[in-house]
Design a protein around this ligand. Structure first.
Ligand code: F6R
Length: 643
C-alpha cells in the first residue's frame, strides 16, 4: 500500500519518492516492475539488461522474482545482469562474496544463463583491475546499457560502493571503503581487522546512464540519509543525491525510512491536515524544542508562524488551551511506579493500580537487553514487590570474543583437574572447543562446542544481573530460541518452535505485564525477530482469559529511543539508580571492552544507555518538566485492539 502519496505533500522532494507501508509490499511492487520489463523485452525479442545490487535491501525483491519464476513462469532467459560491486580481494565461493550472495538469493532460483550474469571480479591482481573495469563498462555498453538499475543506499549515502566524495562522472574502479562501510560489514567478516579495505564498484556515471533507476531503503536507520538524498542538495558527500536530476529514477521506501522526510515529519508545514491527538502532540513537542521554549510558554504567534494555526482553531483558538492539553498528556506519562501505584486513582496514570502486586515478564532478546534498556525500571519493579521474571530469548553466543571463551575453557579445565573430578565428557567438549579456537580462521563458523561455551558464559552473566537486581534464579528463563542458533550473524527466520516456546512460557507465567524490546523499524536483526515471535505468540494467546489482564510495554534496544511524543510511560531515575543500573550492566563482562559487535558507535553499552536515558530526561526538562537525571521510556502495544 502506498501511503502519504499526494503531490502537494512532495514540494520539498527533489526526486520521485514512493512510500510504502512496509518493505515486503514495496519489494513486491519493485519485483513486479522488473518482471513487467523482462516480459515486455521478451515480447519485443530483446535482452533485458539489469543492474543488480546486494546487501539486505533487495533480498525480498529477489525472493519475489524467484516466486514469480516458480509459480508464474516468469523466464529470465533474456536477462543479462551486471552487479554493482564486489569486495576486493574476494574469492567467489567465500561466504562474504557477492557472487555467492547473488547465487543464493537469485541466480540459483531462476533460469538465467550462467554466461549472462556478471559480478565484478575480486580475484584479479591489483594491476589488472583498471583494464578489467574498462572492460566491464564496455560490456554493459555492448548490450546497449542498463535498462534498469536497482540500488540500496549506505548509511553514508553511498550507491554501489561509491562512497562519499565520489564524483558524478566517476568510472567503474577500485575504491577504498569508508570506515563506516567497513564497520557495518565487520560482523560478516568476523571483526573489523578481517574486513576488506577495498572494493571494485561500478562508477556513478554508469549507474546514472541506466534508463531507469530504483533506489530502495528500509528501516528507521535509513531515514536520516534518505532525507538528505531526497530533500538535500546534490552533493558528493551523498552520492545518492546525484540521482535527483536523473530523468527516470524512483526512490522506494518503507514508512520507517520515510520518517525524516518533511511530508511525514512535519506535514502541517505543507498542507492542511486532520489533527488527531498523536499528530498534535508531535507537532507541539517539535515546536517547543525547535523554539527552545517550555510547552506552557508557546504563544499564539508561535503556532501561527509554524503552520499550526488550524490546530489552535480546532481547540478554543488560544495557545493556552492547546499548551495545557499537551502538557498534561505528557505529564501523565511520568511515573515512578512502572507496575502501577497501589491505592490511588489510576485514571490518568500509565499503569493500573490493581492488582497491587503484579506478575511481570520481561523479554530480553539478548542476555543484556533487560538491564541495558530498562535496568532502572527492572530495579523498581523488584523493589516495589512485583514478581518479576525475565525471558532471555536467545543465547547471544555469537557476540562473545574467542579469547574470552578460551579463558573460560581454561578455567573449567583447570577446575576439573585441580579437584580431580571425573569429567571425561565435559573434558572432551572443552578440548574440542579449545582446539577449534586455536585453529579458527576469520569467517569460520564456531563449532557447537564453542557456541555452547559462549552461551553458558552469557547465561552466567545474565544470572549475575538477576541476582544483583534481586530476583531468584528460577525467575530467569533461558529460551535459546532456535532461529538464532546458526552460529553466524545471519539468522534463520522465525519458526513455529520459537513461537511455541514463547506461548508456553507466557501461559506458564500468566503475566499482568509483559515488557518487550520494540525495535519495530529494524528491518533485520535479532531484536526484530524476537519481537515478531512475541507478537505471533500474543496473537495465539488472545483468546485466553488471563490475557485480558495483560498489558504489553515496548522498550527500545541499545541503539535508539522512542521519540518523546510517542512515549506512554516515562520512568525517571535518581542518580543513585543510574549508578546501580551501570553496575548491573557491568555484570555482562563479555560485552565490555572491545565487544564483537560494537556497531558504528564506539561507546560501550553502559555509556550508550546512560546517555540515552539522560537525553530523554533532558527533553522532558526542556519541555518544562522536572529535571530528572535519567528517564526510561516505554510505549504500549495494544494487541487486543488489533483485528
Ligand atoms: C550493494 C551495494 C551497497 C548497498 C548498501 C546498503 O551491492 O552496493 O550500496 O546497497 O550498502 O546495504 P544494505 O542493503 O545491506 O543496507
Amino acid at each position: 500500500m502506498l501511503v502519504l502519496n499526494n503531490e502537494a505533500s512532495k514540494v520539498f522532494e527533489k526526486v520521485n519518492t514512493d512510500i510504502y507501508s512496509d518493505p515486503l509490499t514495496a519489494s513486491k511492487a519493485v519485483a513486479r516492475e522488473i518482471a513487467d520489463l523482462i516480459i515486455a523485452k521478451q515480447e519485443a525479442g530483446e535482452n533485458c539488461v539489469l543492474g543488480l545490487a546486494t546487501g539486505s535491501t533487495p533480498k525480498q525483491v529477489y525472493a519475489e522474482l524467484g516466486r514469480l519464476h516458480r509459480e508464474e513462469g516468469l523466464s529470465f532467459k533474456n536477462v543479462v545482469s551486471f552487479n554493482l560491486d564486489e569486495y576486493y580481494p574476494m574469492q567467489p565461493d567465500s561466504i562474504q562474496s557477492y557472487v555467492r550472495f547473488m547465487k543464493e538469493q537469485l541466480f540459483n532460483h531462476v533460469d538465467i544463463a550462467e554466461e549472462n550474469w556478471n559480478v565484478p571480479d575480486g580475484t584479479l591482481s591489483e594491476d589488472e583491475i583498471a583494464a578489467y573495469c574498462d572492460e566491464y563498462e564496455a560490456k554493459i555498453d555492448s548490450y546497449g546499457g542498463l535498462d534498469l538499475q536497482i540500488l540500496g543506499i549506505g548509511g553514508n549515502g553511498h550507491i554501489g560502493f561509491n562512497e562519499s566524495g565520489s564524483l558524478k562522472n566517476s568510472k567503474t574502479r577500485m575504491i577504498a571503503l569508508d570506515s563506516i562501510t567497513r564497520i557495518n560489514a565487520a560482523p560478516d567478516f568476523d571483526g573489523l581487522k578481517n574486513t576488506p579495505r577495498k572494493a571494485v564498484t561500478m562508477g556513478v556515471q554508469k549507474i546514472y546512464e541506466a534508463k531507469r533507476v530504483i533506489l530502495m531503503a528500509w528501516g528507521e536507520k535509513k531515514a536520516g540519509i534518505m532525507q538528505k538524498a531526497v530533500e538535500g542538495p546534490m552533493i558528493s558527500d551523498v552520492p545518492a543525491s546525484y540521482l535527483q536530476d536523473h530523468p527516470n529514477t524512483s526512490f522506494v521506501v518503507d514508512y520507517a525510512a520515510s520518517t525524516e522526510l518533511k511530508r511525514v515529519k512535519t506535514p502541517w508545514l505543507l498542507e492542511s491536515i486532520e489533527w488527531d491527538d498523536e499528530t498534535a502532540r508531535k507537532a507541539v513537542v517539535r515546536l517547543a524544542l525547535k523554539l527552545d521554549k517550555p510547552i506552557l510558554q508557546l504563544t499564539d504567534h508561535d503556532y501561527n508562524t509554524n503552520g499550526m494555526n488550524d490546530l489552535l482553531a480546532k481547540n478554543d483558538g488560544s495557545a493556552y488551551q492547546t499548551n495545557l492539553k499537551i502538557f498534561t498528556q505528557l505529564q501523565n506519562t511520568i511515573t515512578g511506579w512502572p507496575g502501577g501505584k497501589p491505592n490511588v486513582d489510576d485514571s490518568t496514570r500509565p499503569e493500573r493500580a490493581t492488582p497491587e502486586k503484579k506478575t511481570v515478564l520481561i523479554f530480553s532478546p539478548h542476555p543484556d537487553d533487560d538491564i541495558i534498556s530498562m535496568g532502572g525500571t527492572f530495579l523498581r519493579l523488584v523493589e516495589q514487590g512485583h514478581d518479576v521474571h525475565v525471558a532471555y530469548q536467545t543465547s547471544g553466543n555469537i557476540a562473545v570474543a574467542d579469547e574470552e571463551a578460551y579463558r573460560f575453557i581454561d578455567f573449567a579445565n583447570d577446575f576439573n583437574l585441580s579437584l580431580g573430578f571425573d569429567t571425561k565428557d565435559s573434558a572432551n567438549v572443552l578440548e574440542e572447543a579449545k582446539s577449534f579456537l586455536t585453529n579458527k580462521k576469520p569467517g569460520d563458523v564456531d563449532s557447537v562446542a564453542v557456541r555452547t561455551v559462549k552461551g553458558i558464559m552469557r547465561e552466567g552473566e545474565a544470572k549475575a544481573t538477576c541476582r544483583f537486581v534481586g530476583i531468584p534464579d528460577a525467575n530467569a528463563h533461558f529460551q535459546k530460541l532456535p532461529f538464532y542458533e546458526t552460529g553466524t550473524i545471519k539468522k534463520n527466520p522465525m519458526g513455529a518452535e520459537d513461537v511455541q516456546l514463547t506461548v508456553d512460557l507466557i501461559k506458564e507465567i500468566k503475566p499482568h505485564q509483559i515488557f518487550a524490546a520494540g525495535d519495530l523499524a529494524d528491518p533485520h536483526g535479532t531484536h526484530k525477530v524476537c519481537l515478531d515471535v512475541i507478537f505471533a505468540a500474543l496473537e495465539e494467546l488472545k483468546a485466553e482469559s488471563f490475557m485480558e489482564d495483560c498489558w504489553v510495554w515496548l522498550y527500545r534496544g541499545a541503539w535508539h529511543e522512542w521519540p518523546v511524543e510517542e512515549i506512554e510511560m516515562a520512568v525517571p531515575m535518581s542518580p543513585e539508580e543510574v549508578l546501580k543500573k551501570r553496575f548491573g550492566i557491568f555484570k555482562h563482562q563479555s560485552q565490555k571492552d572491545g565487544v564483537v559487535f560494537q556497531g558504528s558507535d564506539s561507546r560501550e553499552f553502559w555509556q550508550r544507555a546512560e546517555e540515552r536515558n539522560a537525553d530523554t530526561a533532558n527533553i522532558y526538562n526542556a519541555l518544562g518538566f522536572t529535571e530528572y537525571s535519567a528517564v526510561e521510556a516505554f510505549r504500549r502495544y495494544r494487541f487486543l485492539d488489533k483485528k
